[in-house]
Design a protein around this ligand. Structure first.
Ligand SMILES: N[C@@H](CCC(=O)N[C@@H](CS)C(=O)NCC(=O)O)C(=O)O
Length: 232
């Protein structure tokens, strides 16, 4: 991976001033079934929802909806009536809806144990402006669909939102419209212990592909694996 690629991903993280880094205790018992999030990596509104998921230590099934995407975009139009992202479904409560501010508010209200969303993920104009600037640093990444083969089962990714190395992997998954279970392991996350037991060390991104049996570290290697396996 080029130095510029890593540096610009790092610049996105710096711009977000720590949002999507730390996990606080949340009401995990409620989240028995994974939330389903339709989003795309280059969308500044979707970023705020992913940051909230990291901060609340919640996993989600990600159905990537990059521009021109054919795999999951039609599902959102069918469910909610329009192609607008993010769109969240919570099978635990039956809640579903558009609008990043409403989604972030719902997540903290439902799972936050009284914790309030940080300034940068609240639904205020500054949060949106800052997230748009962050997206502008990597305008083409995680934005448009590329020709790809659909996996039979969703992949799994251990990640946390602000990590520059996790970002490049999520961008690739997004462009290839590859669905995946996002396991958030932000700093302080109680889920880290189980992750270390499984993978052997605390390092993300970590990809699991149940379709091929592959499990791997290293963002550049993961990006190459995804291209070799799912790009057409
Ligand atoms: N107010 C909405 C704005 C969402 C929005 O404008 N999302 C853009 C992507 S950044 C979108 O869905 N565009 C339609 C498209 O990509 O086709 C929110 O906060 O969720």
């Amino acid at each position: 991976m080029s130095l510029l690629n890593v540096a610009s991903s790092f610049a996105v993280s710096v711009t977000r001033l720590g949002a999507g880094m730390k996990a606080a205790p949340s009401d995990q018992a409620l989240a028995k079934e994974a939330l389903v999030l339709f989003e795309f990596e280059g969308c500044p509104f979707c970023r705020k929802v992913r940051e909230a998921l990291t901060e609340l230590d919640l996993d989600a099934e990600i159905r990537p909806c990059p521009k021109n995407g054919q795999r999951f975009r039609p599902q959102v139009t069918e469910l909610g009536g329009k192609a607008q992202f993010p769109f969240l479904i919570d099978p635990n409560t039956g809640w579903e809806g558009y609008e990043s501010a409403a989604i972030v508010d719902y997540l903290f209200r439902t799972y936050g144990k009284g914790k309030k969303p940080g300034f940068l993920i609240k639904g205020n104009a500054f949060a949106t402006l800052n997230s748009s600037i962050a997206s502008g640093i990597r305008p083409m990444n995680g934005m448009r669909a590329k020709s790809s083969r659909a996996p039979e089962q969703p992949l799994e990714l251990y990640s946390f939102e602000i990590s520059p190395f996790c970002r490049v992997v999520r961008e690739k998954l997004c462009e290839l419209e590859t669905p995946y279970i996002l396991h958030n392991v932000g700093k302080g996350s109680p889920s880290r212990e189980a992750f270390i037991k499984r993978s052997g060390k605390m390092m993300v991104p970590y990809l699991i592909d149940p379709n091929t049996g592959v499990e791997m570290f290293e963002s550049a290697d993961i990006v190459k694996y995804l291209e070799d396996t799912y790009s057409l």
